[in-house]
Design a protein around this ligand. Structure first.
Ligand SMILES: C[S@@+](CC[C@H](N)C(=O)[O-])C[C@H]1O[C@@H](n2cnc3c(N)ncnc32)[C@H](O)[C@@H]1O
Length: 368
């Protein structure tokens, strides 16, 4: 792969973050030990007298959990280097910000969402309605599904795109985060058995746990081995890069019969530019299926407001504009779901994402 200087730096930082994960995780736990040692004598005594819940023992257990998580992080790096950046030297990593390190822990939770049996309920609420819709638009046996080209922008760790391809469609995932691209590369191409790894996605927060066991909860991944399921002759690929840059020009015009977005459209600075690109890459009469909330990612990003102002449309505004752009909504519903939720936690965010199936009519539209 070819990278410009800035991209190469980001990729190097992301690989470095995975390499440094183990050290970072142990450092965070060591900081807790230090804080504990600074507690008043009586408080330390109270914490240590509970033999079941001895806090120092718990911290040692968290060290073991970090070690297990780092097995996956190291495997992601090892598999990613030859494909993404053969010149990367694991012994010569970059200094990485704590924000980047937190993205590694976020990736662990995303692994649970996409690739564990435990999070099947999240996928049931979001991915399954999309798969059912594709099934009814293109019933098995009535059409050669490999001729139906489906794009999944913002595909995260690739599960939805994989599930679509496993139904026999030609599917392309698109993603711009190297955390996601490196990890999805590993999950899609390199895992070889169900429950090959145990990860501990919730160890990095000490809040809202009912028990210490909950903080150290184990999640087994993967629940499926992708390489064993993609033998239907369908074409499956991942395209790296910004959705607008990759699919916004003439070369992507009319490339897909369906665009599927899941928890994606609110990542735009200007959601209307996403709609333009979705329209550009759909064939006339093609479908846009969406599920997700409108939690605009850039709303509070003051830096980006100066050079590139953001807009935050309400759902009804969006639906009105979709209509003017030629998207006819055929089906519209709402659901309730968590996103990277921990079922044991005392805090769970519930989203009420909207689901729609729309069809684009490109011809005979009034031009403004
Ligand atoms: C909220 S996550 C949803 C991931 C996945 N669809 C799911 O449902 O779990 C949004 C994803 O979109 C990706 N993303 C955001 N902006 C993007 C862009 N402009 N081009 C490509 N991917 C983007 C992010 O890196 C992230 O993985």
């Amino acid at each position: 792969m070819e990278y410009d200087e800035e991209e190469e730096k980001i990729l190097k930082q992301v690989l470095s973050a995975f390499v440094l994960y183990r050290k970072y995780g142990h450092t965070l736990i060591q900081q807790k030990r230090k804080l504990m040692s600074q507690l008043p004598f009586e408080h330390k005594g109270l914490l240590l007298q509970d033999s079941e819940n001895n806090f120092l023992k718990h911290l040692s257990r968290l060290d073991d959990c970090v070690k297990r998580n780092s097995v996956v992080a190291d495997a992601i790096v090892k598999a990613g280097i030859p494909v993404f950046y053969p010149n990367f030297d694991v012994n010569n990593v970059l200094h990485v910000s704590s924000e980047m390190m937190q993205k590694v822990s976020g990736t662990l939770k995303q692994l649970a969402r996409d690739w564990s049996e435990e999070s099947a309920n999240e996928r049931q609420a979001t991915y399954v309605p999309i798969l059912q819709e594709l099934d009814s638009l293109f019933p098995l046996g009535s059409i050669d599904r490999s001729q139906i080209h489906i794009l999944v922008p913002g595909s995260g760790l690739g599960r939805l795109a994989f599930d679509i391809a496993a139904q026999g469609f030609s599917c392309q995932g698109n993603e711009f985060s190297y955390f996601m691209l490196l990890t999805s590369h590993y999950m899609l191409n390199c895992v070889s058995t169900i429950n090959e790894f145990v990860i501990h996605p919730y160890i990095h927060s000490f809040s809202n746990h009912v028990t210490r066991d909950n903080q150290a909860a184990e999640v087994a991944i993967p629940d499926v081995v992708p390489s064993e399921c993609l033998n239907h002759g369908a074409f499956f690929s991942m395209a790296a890069g910004d959705f607008i840059e990759v699919y916004g020009d003439k070369s992507s015009e009319n490339r897909f019969q369906v665009v599927v977005t899941c928890f994606f459209i609110d990542t735009a600075k200007n959601i209307l530019s996403y709609l333009d690109v979705i329209k550009n890459c759909l064939v006339d009469g093609g479908y846009w299926i969406n599920v997700g909330p409108l939690l605009y990612h850039f709303e509070n990003d003051c830096d980006s407001q100066h050079e590139n102002p953001t807009i935050e449309l309400t759902l009804d505004q969006l639906l009105f504009i979709m209509d003017s752009m030629g998207f006819e909504v055929l089906k519209h519903d709402s659901t309730a779901t968590k996103y990277m939720g921990d079922k044991r936690s005392m805090l769970e965010w519930i989203y009420h994402p909207h689901f729609w199936v729309s069809r684009i009519q490109k011809a005979n539209l009034q031009q403004f």
